[in-house]
Design a protein around this ligand. Structure first.
Ligand SMILES: O=c1ccn([C@@H]2O[C@H](COP(=O)(O)OP(=O)(O)O[C@H]3O[C@H](CO)[C@@H](O)[C@H](O)[C@H]3O)[C@@H](O)[C@H]2O)c(=O)[nH]1
Length: 632
């Protein structure tokens, strides 16, 4: 049993009550993104599962999400082992609730319950009316996302109510305490209903990004951070036609026993936009896979870089000239959900334009290939992009065939005691094939800037920016920002900003993140022009590093992994659960904040220990011979 579940047990066994005193609590984690990849919440839950299962035990943890047909491949359907759960499923199924129960086929293999929204869609009007009568939240008929949130919420609350009822029937005075953790407004209706129906369970609500914050930041006329305390939130939500969604979010936040956000900056936003102070900050972690040897991730890096080289050869065929040395090519990328300003795409593109200028001015021999990796609605593949890959594949195949023939010919001549003459190795047909390949690989046009054609590229912000290189003056906002965190654990240096939860988290825990290859751009108190200049300079400095320095930097970046692992960050989720349990079951769970309670202090972890220090200018790995550092 892990240390944490041990603590939960000890806490529960301190006092007697009408709930079981020798069991860890039953934990439900409810989110729209369980078995449904949309964005960052999916990453949070999926990567956290192994630690949570280890902490509370497989029997005591169930992820709850919506059912979509594609989930059939993600879930192995099973019969529940728990008597209470089995009785609950029988009961709700007999009442008409359709759901899938089984094991989510991800690392940690948790129990999962997916409720079928479509099968209950016919009840939307009835449930909307009920929501209005119970809470005063009225939703328009045509908002599909809110309709889904309402159906999902009613189904989850239906299930929860039945679970608690069956628990009472089957276990009487030995019921297990229950805690339900709801993520984001899309799962919030279930939480609101659980409280209205006075269910005896502890609830937690986590916001990953406030709705109103997202909308306000996307408004070019809005100066978000300078006005945060002064917004008339009801009016702002109404003006943007999201008042009902906002009410669901604010209602969920205020109904919860414990409210958490993923970063301090989102807590600040929530204080003003949702009017509640977060009791716990639950930073996003990752399932960090420790490499057994330092060079292992460097080898992985080399393999990935070779793959990208291959792609680049195809994409830029006809333009790879003597001035472009693939060995001196660096790859930059930005990736995430397609939010042009919030994800900092505008700054990235503008800084790249300036970097291009600086590299040319200084006569650098480095080439930078910059990627924007974001999902958008596409119509089809870009034919020109595909053609490039085909041309290079063709050339590669031709050269391979000729190589084989030449090799065989050379061997034959050497066996006969003759020294092969270079002029005789290629016959006429081979020369013709090569000439044809050469002609095919020429092109006058520029390579396409996109790999897939968009449904409507006239309004696309990235393409528009690449075409115009227009500078935007907006502040970016990012509650956490997984992409740079994911880069860190893979030892890839990255850039983020002090308007992202992740950037602030690093500044809080690392004396000088740039020494570890993570550059936190000042955005909060700086004009856009200064931030763009700062980003350009970081990019330029990176381009000036030699290979050894880049390898060293990656080693330093990877050292920060421990800070981001769920092995330590799960403690904040644990704390949120104990606090929520205390609110509902005060006898079983003493106040974790009480001085007398020594059981519930956060365990010592990288995240709450002293800041990681500045590094010496020369690291020990500087001494390691190049061949042992592995290739790039
Ligand atoms: O084409 C893509 C694009 C993204 N991702 C992944 O999707 C996640 C996106 O994360 P992020 O950009 O942080 O999430 P958002 O969807 O914007 O979600 C919100 O919730 C996240 C979790 O709390 C926070 O990190 C964000 O700041 C907040 O905006 C990351 O794991 C990416 O690797 C993909 O796999 N493929």
């Amino acid at each position: 049993m892990s240390g944490t579940s041990d603590l939960l047990l000890r806490a529960a066994s301190q006092l007697e009550g009408d709930v079981s005193t020798n069991e860890v609590p039953m934990t439900f984690e409810v989110a729209w993104e369980v078995c449904n990849k949309v964005g960052g919440i999916h990453t949070v839950i999926k990567t956290k599962v192994p630690q949570t299962v280890a902490e509370v035990g497989e029997r005591n943890y169930v992820c709850v999400g919506p059912f979509f047909p594609q989930a059939r491949t993600d879930v192995e359907e099973l019969e529940p082992k728990s008597e209470v759960l089995a009785a609950t499923l029988d009961a709700v199924r007999s009442q008409g609730l359709q759901l899938v129960y089984g094991r989510w086929l991800i690392e940690g293999a948790p129990q999962v319950l997916l409720v079928d929204i479509e099968a209950s869609r016919h009840r939307i009007d009835e449930w909307k009316k009920d929501l209005w009568e119970q809470t005063g939240i009225g939703c328009p008929w045509d908002d599909k996302e809110s309709n889904n949130a309402i159906i999902f919420g009613y189904l989850v609350a239906w299930f929860m109510g039945e679970y608690l009822h069956q628990s009472e029937v089957l276990r009487g005075s030995h019921q297990q305490c229950v805690v339900a953790h709801f993520h984001e407004w899309l799962a919030g209706v279930g939480l609101i209903l659980c409280r209205i129906r006075k269910f005896r369970l502890a609830t937690i609500f986590t916001t990953h990004a406030t709705l109103l914050g997202r909308y306000l930041c996307a408004d070019p006329k809005c100066d978000f951070y300078n006005n945060l305390p002064y917004f008339d939130v009801d009016k702002e939500a109404g003006d943007r036609q999201i008042y009902h969604r906002y009410c669901i979010e604010r209602g969920s936040c205020h109904s919860a026993h414990i409210f958490t956000t993923v970063s301090k900056i989102t807590a600040y936003e929530a204080r003003h936009l949702l009017k509640r102070e977060a009791e716990v900050i639950t930073p996003n972690g990752l399932n960090v896979v420790k490499f057994s040897a330092l060079h292992e991730f460097q080898n992985l890096h080399a393999k990935s870089k070779a793959k990208i080289h291959q792609f680049v050869k195809g994409h830029f065929y006809g333009h790879i000239t003597d001035e472009w040395d693939l060995d001196k090519t660096l790859y930059f990328f930005t990736a995430g959900r397609y939010e042009f300003v919030n994800k900092g795409c505008d700054l990235y593109l503008e800084s790249l334009a300036r970097l291009n200028h600086m590299l040319r001015q200084t006569g650098s021999d480095v080439t930078v290939v910059a990627f924007v990796i974001m999902p958008a609605k596409t119509a089809n593949f870009n034919v020109e992009a595909l053609r490039g890959q085909a041309v290079v594949k063709n050339l590669t195949d031709t050269v391979k065939t000729i190589q084989g023939k030449v090799g065989a010919k050379m061997l034959e001549q050497v066996m006969r005691g003759e020294l092969p003459q270079s002029g005789e190795l290629l016959d006429q047909t081979d020369v013709l094939k090569l000439k044809r390949g050469l002609l095919g690989a020429q092109r006058d046009s520029l390579p396409p800037v996109i790999t897939h054609n968009l449904e409507d590229d006239s309004k696309d912000e990235v393409l528009g920016c690449i075409r115009r290189f227009v500078r935007h003056g907006k502040r970016r906002r990012e509650p956490w920002g997984y992409t740079p965190a994911e880069c860190t654990v893979l030892g890839v240096p990255s850039v983020t900003s002090d308007l992202s939860g992740f950037g602030l988290f690093l500044r809080e825990h690392v004396e000088d993140p740039s020494q570890y290859g993570i550059y936190v751009i000042d955005r909060r108190f700086k004009a856009p022009e200064e931030s763009i200049q700062q980003l350009t300079e970081h990019m330029f400095d990176f381009c000036c590093l030699n290979r050894r320095q880049r390898i060293n930097l990656r080693n330093r970046t990877e050292r920060l992994s421990d800070l981001l692992g769920w092995s330590t960050l799960q403690d904040y989720y644990y704390m949120a659960r104990v606090k929520a349990l205390h609110r509902v079951f005060p006898h079983q769970y003493p106040d974790p904040d009480a001085k007398s309670n020594t059981n519930f202090k956060l365990r010592a972890s990288a995240a709450n220990s002293p800041k990681l220090p500045r590094l010496e200018p020369r690291l020990e790995e500087d001494q390691v011979p190049m061949d042992q550092l592995s290739l790039e």
